[in-house]
Write a protein that binds this ligand. Structure first.
Ligand code: AMP
Length: 565
């Protein structure tokens, strides 16, 4: 039985925030971590991936326990990349409610002057990448000698990116009395060694992974930006004859928003979530069973009670929290020997999570292309024809006959009929009225991934060997493997985005292939340039600077984002 947020011992203020955010019930990692931090005294090791709700798992109890209005840094969260640092800072900020806590992200790539300003004004929770945090410690602009919490987020990623020494060095500059929470998707021995050295008495919080079996359902994913999801949903519904499906969202607010939006567009849709009263829920479910409502938007919680057998579609409008939830969701279609379709929307940043789900659920989820506007129009045209034909077959009402004759005297029959269709169907067949979904941009932006390989000339790596290695881990042809750079101790290579993800999936949990380890070349650290710190590898290049040699300039938008508290 999943406990409620109330049962986890959270304050009224936090419960209000959660209700406002539309979280219905704790995710598994939250259900275990929150009470452990709130009522216990131990350090925590949590095995959880991004997307499981781990930020709130450590963020909520931390917010609850920190005193307000303190004038020093009370908690430090270390994250491997600037994107994650920003995301975590934003999530914690959104959870703090009315509490007076300043949450500040600090990361390489953002102007250090701006960060100095923010730190001077007072930070309570600092969320940072290791390189930049060390910089501030050296400049004495950041003091960590009175912190109550230290969180290592995505510890295995920090390890993969070579931040181990930096993390240790930061740990050494903090007070012994803090509580440590370490989150990691995998638990390689180096992570457990950190725990042993730096943690006191600790508790391991793990979400158990049961056996997964996937029903016989055609599983497709579509790459869509967040802002295009609604349009994509409409297209999928439109091209299907007799769409009858469940649309899964993450929060109650999303359920309300999307179901209302669908109704506004004229679909027979409704929404189901835990805030609706039991009688209302039953009424909605009944209407869904009778197919008065053919599209039901729901949260995972609300969908639990739904026992409908002949759905044509399950749509993951938002990715599920974990592989178990995925299997559970899609198990609702393709039942009783009928063919079902499971469609999952993924945004660029969620792609690797989908790959994890695919691997864990041992299932094939193939990539699909969204229906084009012309497909939608063709389908709608056929439907209108059908509607008219069936009315004709039933004989139209006699009461319209005289009016029909008058209209035919007034205008050309084709025009008169077109006018009538327009009153009935509006601009449904007008191509220019459809919003474009630009999938090309998606591919361009996420088209390529730069990879960092831990072997270079010194260990015998050369261009041919690197190509052979990549080919052995993917279906790539040589010409698709680009921009190879072989240095003394490491190498770089650029691959198409999806194939890079496939290659990377072979290196989960620090596994090596032919002695090499491959990870994403991150662009987080410009620390070396700014702080003048040189490489410990000793080949005259900066460690982070080298690893993150993607030359994209830091986003202007991100530079502006600074203080959050
Ligand atoms: P995280 O794993 O922390 O990156 O969280 C992934 C997403 O899930 C974020 O957008 C959170 O806001 C959301 N989330 C976290 N906990 C819950 C919950 N209990 N119910 C619904 N959404 C949640």
């Amino acid at each position: 039985m999943v406990p409620s947020f109330e049962e986890l011992g959270l304050s009224e203020e936090t419960l209000k925030v959660l209700a406002r955010k539309g979280f219905e019930e704790p995710s598994p990692i939250q259900a275990k971590t929150i009470p452990a931090v709130l009522t216990g005294t131990q350090d925590i090791i949590g095995q959880a991936q991004t997307g499981t709700g781990k930020t709130a798992a450590f963020g909520l109890p931390m917010i609850e326990l920190l005193a307000e209005k303190a004038r020093h840094v009370q908690a430090l969260v270390l994250a491997p990349t600037r994107e994650l640092a920003i995301q975590v800072a934003e999530e914690i900020h959104s959870l703090k409610g009315k509490r007076q806590l300043n949450i500040i992200p600090i990361y390489g790539g953002q102007s250090i002057g701006l960060q100095l300003q923010h730190l001077r004004r007072g930070a309570n929770i600092v969320v940072g990448t290791p390189g930049r945090v060390l910089d501030h410690l050296r400049r004495k602009s950041l003091k960590l000698d009175k912190i109550e919490f230290m969180v290592l987020d995505e510890a295995d990623e920090m390890l993969n990116m070579g931040f181990l020494e930096d993390v240790k060095s930061i740990m050494d500059q903090t007070n012994d009395t803090k509580r440590i929470m370490l989150f990691s998707a995998t638990m390689p021995k180096e992570i457990l060694a950190i725990a042993k050295t730096y943690m006191g008495d600790y508790q391991i919080v793990k979400v158990t992974e049961g056996a997964l079996t996937v029903s016989q359902t055609d599983q497709i994913y579509f790459e869509v930006r967040h802002s295009d999801k609604f349009e994509a949903l409409c297209r999928i519904i439109d091209v299907e004859e007799g769409f009858y499906g469940l649309v899964f969202c993450r929060t109650k607010n999303d359920v309300d928003e999307i179901s209302n939006h669908l109704v506004e567009r004229g679909y027979d849709a409704d929404g189901l979530h835990g805030d609706k009263t039991q009688p209302l829920r039953e009424k909605i479910l009944n209407r869904f069973k009778k197919k008065v409502v053919t599209i039901l938007v729901a949260t995972d919680v609300a969908a639990r009670g739904i026992d409908v057998n002949d759905l044509t579609h399950v749509i993951n409008y938002a990715l599920p929290q974990d592989p178990e939830a995925y299997v559970h969701r899609i198990g609702r279609t393709g039942r009783a020997g009928k063919e079902g379709n499971a469609i999952t929307f993924v945004t660029p940043s969620e792609y690797s999570k989908l790959m994890t789900i695919r691997k864990r659920a041992k299932t094939d989820i193939r990539k699909g292309t969204l229906p084009q506007v012309k497909d939608v129009i063709r389908m709608k045209r056929a439907k209108i024809k059908n509607d008219v034909e069936s009315i004709l077959a039933d004989r139209p009402q006699h009461s319209y006959f005289n009016l029909a004759k008058e209209l035919l005297d007034l205008a050309d029959p084709t025009e008169a009929l077109a006018a009538l269709l327009q009153t009935a169907y509006g601009d449904e067949l007008d191509e220019s009225k459809y919003v474009e979904i630009d999938q090309r941009r998606f591919v361009d932006k996420r088209g390529k991934t730069r990879l960092f390989v831990t072997q270079g000339k010194n260990s015998g790596m050369d261009v041919n060997k690197l190509i052979t290695l990549i080919k052995s881990l993917s279906d790539l042809e040589s010409h698709q493997i680009k921009d190879i750079e072989i240095h003394d101790k490491f190498s770089f290579v650029t691959l198409p985005f999806h194939e890079a993800e496939t290659v990377l999936s072979h290196f989960k949990g620090r596994r090596r292939v032919k002695g090499a380890f491959v990870t994403k070349a991150k662009e987080d650290g410009r620390r070396s340039k700014e702080s003048g710190r040189r490489s410990r590898d000793g080949d005259g290049r900066s460690r982070e600077g080298d690893r993150h040699s993607n030359k994209r300039a830091p986003g202007k938008k991100q530079e502006k984002r600074g203080r959050m508290g």
